[in-house]
Design a protein around this ligand. Structure first.
Ligand code: ADP
Length: 304
């Protein structure tokens, strides 16, 4: 089966609320695709539609070219983490996974493999009721991996993770995608997807605002800038502005320079005999790219 997700023209209302308003995008194998938008934008609803858990008024959602409902042994085609809270508290993680595996004809050996992969080895025989949200997220990912599926759909897998957990999850998702899977990961925070997603689908109010590679997104932002500490700010502004830079004061003798590289800034200050104590380059972050991208999307901002 092809490792792809294709969503086309989804429309869905909940009473008077338009949840999906022509949602269309596709997810390719081999990299993590971030699915980003503010709370209420329609991420969970889209994922539930893809997984056959919610109906739409219009449009289609296909996994490997087929609707979810037509898949035999769905866990072997697609793994999902939707609501990590939804666990039977009295059951151990291992028993939870054994129960899922059994329902799909998968082995206990596979259960132990995914427990190891998700880093749950030390707690797998404890009752899930005592798990932190981070542990539940790991258990949810372990469950998603049971059938070794080519497609993974994870709704807010970073929720509740501590900083180490976030790093772990990023690396794990990148590794799973590197194995040739299509990995769709939602988040309401673009920053969580830094260093993981190679592609992002940004949504607002039930439709796609941007569908772009992260490299293109970062290249399009003017966020690359240089921070400069100097005792002679007005001279620095004069010299750098003349060379075409935009310079703004950011307090305490610090200047923010855009439009020139750090090397050029140093050379110009040197040539102009302008004293400075520090020059540091700052690369645009994914979060900044996101802010810039959505700055003009009035409709989108209204939902924040
Ligand atoms: P996200 O996952 O991006 O936070 P959702 O898909 O959960 O967004 O929600 C999209 C919109 O649909 C929101 O306005 C939300 O309030 C509404 N919605 C979602 N599920 C339901 C539901 N079961 N009943 C009524 N409204 C819902």
């Amino acid at each position: 089966m092809e490792a792809t997700i294709e969503v086309s023209g989804l429309r869905k209302r909940f009473g008077p609320t338009v949840a999906l308003d022509g949602m269309s995008f596709s997810v390719q194998p081999g990299h993590v695709t971030g699915f980003v938008g503010p709370n209420g934008a329609g991420k969970s609803t889209t994922m539930r539609v893809i997984l056959g858990l919610a109906a739409v008024e219009e449009g289609s959602a296909l996994i490997g070219g087929r609707p979810y409902r037509s898949l035999r042994d769905p866990l072997r085609h697609v793994g999902a983490l939707l609501d990590a809270g939804a666990l039977q508290p009295g059951r151990t993680a291992r028993n939870h996974l054994l129960w899922l595996a059994h329902s799909q004809g998968l082995t206990a050996k596979r259960v132990d493999e995914v427990i190891e992969q998700a880093g749950l080895g030390s707690v797998a025989r404890r009752r899930a009721g005592g798990y932190s949200l981070g542990m539940r997220q790991r258990l949810g990912v372990a469950a998603a991996l049971l059938g070794d599926p080519p497609v993974l759909i994870l709704d807010e897998p970073f929720n509740g993770l501590d900083p180490d957990g976030i790093v772990w999850m990023r690396e794990f998702l990148a590794e799973l995608a590197g194995q040739g899977r299509a990995v769709l990961v939602s988040s309401h925070l673009m920053s969580e997807l830094q260093d993981t997603a190679a592609h992002v689908v940004v949504i607002g109010r039930g439709k796609v605002i941007a569908d772009t590679s992260v490299a293109e997104l970062l290249a399009a932002v003017s966020g690359d800038r240089v921070t400069l500490l100097t005792g002679a700010p007005s001279e620095a502004v004069r010299v750098l502005s003349r060379a075409g830079a935009t310079v703004t004061a950011s307090g305490q003798g610090a200047l923010t320079v855009s439009g020139l590289g750090a090397g050029e800034v140093v050379a110009l200050l040197g040539a102009g005999a302008v004293p400075f104590s520090e020059v540091s380059a700052h690369r645009a972050t994914l979060e900044e790219a996101y802010m810039e991208l959505t700055r003009d999307a009035v409709e989108f901002r209204a939902t924040r």
